[in-house]
Write a new protein. Sequence first.
Length: 76
Amino acid sequence: MKVGMLWFDNNPRLDLASKINEAMAYYRRKYGEQPDLCYVHPSMMKDRTPRLSGLEVRPSRMILPNHLWIGVRELK
C-alpha cells in the first residue's frame, strides 16, 4: 500500500479494534471503498492481532504510536 489514510486516535478507553473500526467507517464514507489493510505501531498490538472482517492488520515501526495507516492494498 503506497497510498492510504493516516488516522490518529489516542483515546485510552478504546481498544485497538474499536479504533480501527472507527477509521474503517470514516474511510468508507470518505472514499466509498472498503479498506483491507491497516498498519499500526507494534506497541499497539499487545501480543495479538485484532480480528476484523476483511481487514489485515500489520505491525510497522514506521507508524507512530496512536496512529493507523489504513487503505486498500495494491493489486499486482
